[in-house]
Design a protein around this ligand. Sequence first.
Ligand SMILES: NC(=O)c1ccc[n+]([C@@H]2O[C@H](COP(=O)([O-])OP(=O)(O)OC[C@H]3O[C@@H](n4cnc5c(N)ncnc54)[C@H](OP(=O)(O)O)[C@@H]3O)[C@@H](O)[C@H]2O)c1
Length: 262
Amino acid sequence: MTSLPTVLITGASSGIGATYAERFAGRGHDLVLAARDKARLDTLAARLREERGVSVDVLQADLTLPADLAAVETRLRDDARIGILINNAGMGQAGGFVQQSAAGIERLITLNTTALTRLAAAVAPRFVQSRTGAIVNIGSVVGFAPELGMSIYGATKAFVLFLSQGLNLELSPSGVYVQAVLPAATRTEIWERAGVDVNTLTEVMEVGELVDAALVGFDRRELVTIPPLHVAARWDALDGARQGLLSDIRQAHVADRYRPEA
Ligand SMILES: NC(=O)c1ccc[n+]([C@@H]2O[C@H](COP(=O)([O-])OP(=O)(O)OC[C@H]3O[C@@H](n4cnc5c(N)ncnc54)[C@H](OP(=O)(O)O)[C@@H]3O)[C@@H](O)[C@H]2O)c1
């Protein structure tokens, strides 16, 4: 019998990441859990070892710090048992664009995009070589919605969707599965961390429901999984419109509407 791949989950100390850990442990996968809060990771790891009988390693890492990020990259490169990466660690945005500090912008973009990309890049060559493996990137429906007033956070999540689509095209011919998961408002600590009382939101999904749906998409090998989107054809229409737009891009000459008046 071939053994199940180990799953490395970033941001596993709470919310969506901790729930992925529960679910993959329930499926019998060994885990590597990464986040900053080692005490929480240790508590979760001990419980999953005890209740599920799986092996769980803990990596304390602040993914915005170069040395910590490099350590997680090294683990992904070198540990051939790891066959699934859940690129989940992320943070929200408190306040509008003019309220952001330079350091806050840097941290948000580094965690939500740079770290996620570097971790995928660390593991992808090994997955390609072994012609197996899965990379799951947690985006957000906010990446579709500049109207929501979270411009930097939304931009990072638009990046996650684009990156996932591109990686799917580049890696799937080598047998590597890439999934983008796009939650909407989900009851986790991300809201409180960004200074928002989650109870003031009109509709919120429970985290177990979100992750179970994401895993339905995972098991189907879906590229883009949007659990709160009730009309699946909306996504197909959006992606079809994008491809239609590309078919009307002609590189040699400008469109007539941009020709200078004679
Ligand atoms: N909840 C929602 O409504 C929602 C909606 C759409 C998308 N998402 C996305 O879902 C993902 C998970 O968020 P969540 O909702 O589960 O929120 P959460 O409960 O706040 O979890 C975030 C996780 O990321 C870790 N983390 C934060 N900063 C980190 C850093 N610098 N280095 C390493 N780990 C760090 C946190 O652990 P430590 O503090 O221990 O480091 C925690 O485990 C994020 O990418 C988020 O953007 C959430």
